[in-house]
Design a protein around this ligand. Structure first.
Ligand SMILES: [Zn+2]
Ligand SMILES: [Zn+2]
Length: 341
């Protein structure tokens, strides 16, 4: 089956690209978990060392310097998806008498998504400066148990409030540092996490909605054409009922761009959805990605030393104050700062 081979190669290439980005972004094998480890061994065997090195260097450079490249790539992908949607799917769906509201809804979701993307990108994540240091230290109190008091950032030469971290990409210390996001070209911290989470949520909903709409359109085409009721004749002249893979092949040959778009949207939905769930879990339990990774590493190191109480000490979440307060801390950071004045 030519089509199925093409589709499999396409899916494998996309998954390989995602893996290469994860692998080359600087994290070592230990932090990639059990799933990625065997894949990385296969990549080691089949990809020439010079290509591994060049890719690793390029992706590392792109991920560790502030660049608008990923922001532009994000906008180009948005443009490509919506150009295809407006040019083909929208018109076909109107012909099939889909409700107007359902067809216009993706534009509303896109506007919301770009709005939150823009806010995540331009809002100060909570840069620590000499002038706001005192307030930051009051808001994120240092506690010997969780964060060493009087600890200095060697680059900024300022005291580090609890939960802060120096971002090497932006060269600044950030309050309640989560991570540096290359897609929004900004750190995610105390003051812009409230925009980053709705951005992720709208992206996931948008991908799921567009995928569902595209699948509904293709399903409608299959039903109306009656293709599943027919059959086909093989080389020996024998009649066979229509199989699912032949229906997919027929759709691919008739609407190639739409089928590829559906594949891309499903993959985006899985990746963005998984990441959004993880970020909402961190939100509800009042953790940052930085703390979660540090605790995981700390836990693994302690497990290797066979400390009996490793799990309790490594994974104890010291910042959670209940779901409502945790939500308020992220979505009303200014209120939190005023409270502690
Ligand atoms: Zn610093
Ligand atoms: Zn940064």
């Amino acid at each position: 089956m030519d089509f199925l081979w093409l589709f499999t190669i396409y899916s494998l290439l996309v998954l390989l690209s995602v893996f290469l980005i994860c692998y080359c972004s600087g994290r070592n094998l230990k932090s990639q978990g059990r799933i990625l480890r065997p894949v990385s061994k296969i990549v080691h065997c089949i990809v020439p060392p010079w290509l591994q090195q060049t890719t690793q260097n390029t992706v590392h450079r792109l991920c560790h310097t502030r660049t608008l490249l990923f922001v532009l790539l994000h906008l180009v992908l948005d443009l490509a998806v919506f150009a295809e949607y407006s040019w083909e799917i929208f018109g076909y769906c109107l012909e099939l008498e889909f409700c107007w509201f359902y067809l216009v809804l993706p534009y509303g979701l896109l506007t919301l998504n770009i709005f939150f993307f823009f806010l995540s990108s331009v809002t100060d994540p909570g840069t620590i400066t000499k002038s706001n240091l005192k307030q930051c230290l009051q808001t994120h109190c240092n506690n010997e148990e969780t964060f060493l008091q009087h600890r200095l950032c060697p680059t900024c030469n300022l005291r580090k409030p609890a939960r802060s971290k120096h971002c090497r990409v932006c060269n600044r210390c950030v309050q309640r540092f989560d991570h540096h996001c290359v897609w929004v070209n900004n750190c995610i911290g105390a003051l812009n996490a409230r925009y980053f989470l709705p951005y992720l949520l709208t992206l996931t909903v948008l991908a799921a909605y567009l995928a569902a709409l595209t699948a509904a359109f293709l399903l409608q085409v299959v039903i109306l054409s009656g293709i599943t009721l027919g059959g086909y004749q093989d080389a020996e002249g024998q009649q066979w009922p229509m199989e699912t893979q032949l229906v997919i092949q027929h759709l691919f040959l008739t609407f190639p761009r739409i089928v590829f778009l559906l594949g891309f949207l499903l993959l985006l939905w899985l990746l963005a959805g998984g990441y959004t769930c993880f970020m909402f879990y961190l939100l509800l339990t009042n953790q940052t990605s930085n703390e979660w990774f540090m605790r995981k590493r700390e836990g693994c190191a302690q497990c290797r030393l066979l400390l009996p109480h490793a799990e309790h000490s490594a994974y104890k979440n010291r910042y959670s104050k209940g779901i409502l307060e945790n939500l308020r801390e992220v979505f009303q950071p200014n209120l939190q700062q005023k409270k502690r004045k």
